[in-house]
Every structure is written in structure tokens, then in C-alpha cells.
Design a protein around this ligand. Structure first.
Ligand code: ATP
Ligand code: MG
Length: 411
């Protein structure tokens, strides 16, 4: 039996990147033989084993044949006769289909090394169209490496979007790939690739329609809403913001996609429409709670921090209470990060400072310093506690505004 390193580890090593997890292919062995050598079988759908000491994954060389629609519709054939080249042929992209033997020689039957040099994502074989996850993977690798997608590969991705194959993806898998793509260096590249092949309209139609929707040029020199949202997401990624912040950045303006054309380029009350669209989207894709909750808060309130200096103390407190900032201070910080990305994710604003966020951080801090328990203890009428705590918080904001020298602005 022969063992080869394959997949992402070989690719990343050739790119000079740190290698996280290593996968191996075993040629010329049977499952029994693997078990006899101490490997632990873990594969449910195909024979994969864990190394007794390193716990790295060793898969028997296998071929796959499409037998039915959907991602389960594969017939897997693993046997000692399956060659390395056959195993590499079932892989998605040439850069992921390079193997390295134990002596350190690279085996590269599909030109993966040349594509790595050229910065090109290219499918290995026409069987690429058999698994729609590959559309998302290709788009995700575009976001990670900044590579271009080969025209012939993009053509196959178009075919899969057009023939409905992409619709067969289960929501969990779509979310898994989208969330990974959001965590890459330049997430917009994933969405652009998905848009170019028509998959975005199938997977995230509410995002797809934002392209071509104009905004007021005075505030949005980039004009196009889709362009703006991509800038916001890339800004959030450049700041290393968390996944919830990036997802909120992606979805905050969905409501602009349903503004009646007659109203363009203005988008009155789009926040409320964003809120409803985010809710539906999160349900459809089974988005985890932390991402969902932040995205809803950002969709609903992202317009307010922009006007922070013009807000009355009552309105500042209303924002702090409606965002539940006193019980969820970390989420409030994430909210401000998303709003900062919204502000800076505009043409010409990338290096601007969103001072309104710091202003609201300070207002939040002033409110946090009010000891609600002490206020309640000093109150002999229990029905009045709520109002007293509210009044104490409002006083705190007013006092802080007075000290901050912004009191005049908040008319
Ligand atoms: P990452 O760095 O994100 O782990 P990776 O390329 O290692 O990237 P894995 O999901 O770990 O991705 O998969 C390991 C290898 O298995 C890939 O490099 C590729 O050769 C193959 N592979 C994974 N998913 C698919 C797929 N859907 N279709 C074809 N080949 C796939
Ligand atoms: Mg991997």
C-alpha cells in the first residue's frame, strides 16, 4: 500500500501558507488491512480511517459516480485497484487535486501546480457539475486566494445554477459555505463569483437584487446598493470583525431591494423592510442565533448611529434600550462595529473615522454606570421603580452630554 498527502494541505504548502489539517489517500489497501494496522474506521459513506497516533485522516482511494439528484446521490467505489489518478479525478479543483508521496514528490496529473502559479481556479473534470457544493467552494476559494475562476469552470457553474442543481443544496450546507466565505480575506469575491454564475439569485435572491438599485449620491458616492454592501462586508473582513458582524454587514440593507422604483434613489423606512427580510432569510438558511440576533438589530437600527450627534438624550436612551445594550453589552459593541463598516464601506470613506460610534460607546458607558439596584432600593413604591431607573439613566446621559461638550448639538 502507498500513502499520499492530498488536498488542502498540499495546496497550502505549495502556496507557502501554514497547514492546518492534513488528509491522506491510501492506494492498494483494503479496509481490513487498515484495521489490522491499527487505523480506526470513521467513514459512514466511504472508507476513511484515523491514524492510531496522529489521528489524521486516511481515506482509501475511491471513485464516485453520480446516480441521483442531491448530494447523497453518489455511488462510491473504493477498492485496492483504484489508482491515485482516479482518486484525484473526483476532486473539485485542480489546485486541490495535487498529491505528494512519502519521498516528497508531487503528483499533479491535472495541472494544479500551473494553476496555483497562474492564480486560477479550474475544475478537474466535467464531473464537476455533479455536486453543487462545488459552486460554493469555488466561490469561497476565490474569496480566500483572490484567484480568478477559469471561463470553462464558470460556464459549468452557470449550468448548475440554471439547471436547478444549486437548488438541491441543503440549507445547512449553504450556510456552512457562506459563513466560511464571509470569514475569508475578501468575502466580496465569493459573492461576485456567485453572482456571475447566477447562483446568487438562487441562494440569496434578496442580496442579488441589490445590484442595480441606486442610492442617493450625496451619501453614497458608489451609488449602487450591491456595490455598497460588498464594500461594507470587505471592510468588516479587513477589520477582522467576527462572523456575526460580517453577516449583519451583508444583510443590513436588504430592504433597499424592495423599495418601489418611483422612490429611488431614496429608501425611506428600508430598515423595517430589512428586518423582515433578514428574519425570513435566517429561517430559510437556518442561520445560527448569534448571527441572526445581531443581523436583526443591525437591520433595524443601523440608520440611527449616523445621526448620533443630532439625537435628543431620550432618543439615545431609546436606542440603548431597544438594542438591549445594557444586558448585552458585547452585542452592542458588535452593533457599533457593523455600523462602522456601513459608514466606512462607501466610496471615499474607507479611512474615515466613524466618531459617532465612540460617542455612542460613551453614552452606553454613562448609562451602564447607573446602579439600577440602588435606585430601586431607594424607591418605596414598587410600581415606580421602572420610571425611576429610566429617569436615572436619562439623567446620566444628560450629565455626560453636558460634560462631553456635545450638549449643544443634541437639540
Ligand atoms: P480547507 O483549507 O478549507 O480545508 P480543503 O481543500 O482542504 O480546504 P476540505 O473540505 O478539507 O477542503 O477537503 C479536502 C479535499 O477534498 C479538497 O482539497 C478536495 O480535493 C476534496 N473535496 C472536498 N470537497 C469536495 C467536493 N465537494 N467535491 C470534490 N472534491 C472535494
Ligand atoms: Mg482541509
Amino acid at each position: 500500500m502507498k500513502i499520499y498527502a492530498v488536498g488542502g494541505a498540499v495546496r497550502d504548502e505549495l502556496l507557502g501558507l501554514p497547514v492546518a489539517d492534513r488528509d491522506y489517500v491510501v492506494v492498494g489497501a483494503s479496509p481490513d488491512e487498515m484495521v489490522r494496522r491499527g487505523f480506526r474506521p470513521v467513514g459512514k459513506d466511504f472508507p476513511v480511517f484515523l491514524h492510531p497516533d496522529t489521528h489524521e485522516e486516511y481515506a482509501l482511494a475511491r471513485t464516485e459516480r453520480k446516480t441521483a439528484r442531491g448530494y447523497k446521490g453518489f455511488q462510491v467505489y473504493a477498492a485496492p485497484e483504484v489508482t491515485l489518478e482516479e482518486d484525484l479525478a473526483r476532486r473539485d479543483l485542480t489546485i486541490n487535486a495535487i498529491a505528494k508521496d512519502e519521498a516528497g514528490n508531487f503528483i499533479d496529473p491535472y495541472g494544479g501546480m500551473a494553476d496555483l502559479k497562474a492564480g486560477m481556479l479550474r475544475h478537474v473534470s466535467p464531473a464537476f457539475i455533479e455536486d453543487p457544493v462545488r459552486v460554493l467552494r469555488a466561490a469561497r476559494f476565490a474569496a480566500r486566494f483572490g484567484f480568478a475562476i477559469a471561463p470553462e469552470t464558470l460556464a459549468l457553474m452557470r449550468e448548475m445554477a440554471a439547471n436547478g442543481e444549486v437548488d438541491a443544496l441543503v440549507p445547512e450546507r449553504v450556510w456552512q459555505e457562506l459563513s466560511r466565505g464571509l470569514m475569508e480575506k475578501i468575502p466580496s469575491r465569493m459573492f461576485r463569483a456567485l453572482r456571475e454564475c447566477g447562483a446568487l439569485a438562487r441562494i440569496l435572491p434578496e442580496l442579488d437584487v441589490l445590484f442595480g438599485v441606486p442610492q442617493t449620491e450625496q451619501y453614497h458616492p458608489e451609488v449602487d446598493t450591491g456595490v455598497h454592501v460588498m464594500m461594507v462586508v470587505d471592510y468588516a473582513a479587513a477589520q477582522n470583525y467576527s462572523l456575526p458582524v460580517r453577516f449583519a454587514a451583508l444583510t443590513h440593507d436588504l430592504g433597499k431591494g424592495t423599495t418601489p422604483r418611483e422612490a429611488w434613489p431614496r429608501h425611506i423606512d428600508h430598515e423595517a423592510r430589512s428586518f423582515e427580510l433578514v428574519k425570513a432569510l435566517c429561517q430559510r438558511l437556518r442561520v445560527p442565533n448569534d448571527c441572526r440576533e445581531l443581523a436583526l438589530v443591525v437591520a433595524r437600527f443601523h440608520g440611527i448611529p449616523l445621526r448620533a450627534f443630532d439625537l435628543r438624550p431620550e432618543t439615545i436612551l431609546k436606542l440603548l434600550l431597544e438594542t438591549d445594550s445594557l444586558r448585552q453589552p458585547r452585542r452592542f459593541e458588535a452593533f457599533l462595529q457593523a455600523c462602522t463598516a456601513d459608514f466606512c464601506g462607501r466610496l471615499g470613506y474607507r479611512d474615515a473615522v466613524f466618531v459617532q460610534a465612540d460617542f455612542l460607546r460613551e453614552a452606553h458607558k454613562a448609562t451602564q454606570e447607573v446602579d439600577a439596584g440602588a435606585v430601586a432600593r431607594q424607591c418605596d413604591d414598587p410600581t415606580k421603580i421602572r420610571d425611576r431607573v429610566y429617569a436615572a439613566r436619562l439623567e446620566a446621559i444628560k450629565a455626560w452630554l453636558g460634560k462631553s461638550g456635545r450638549a449643544g448639538d443634541a437639540g
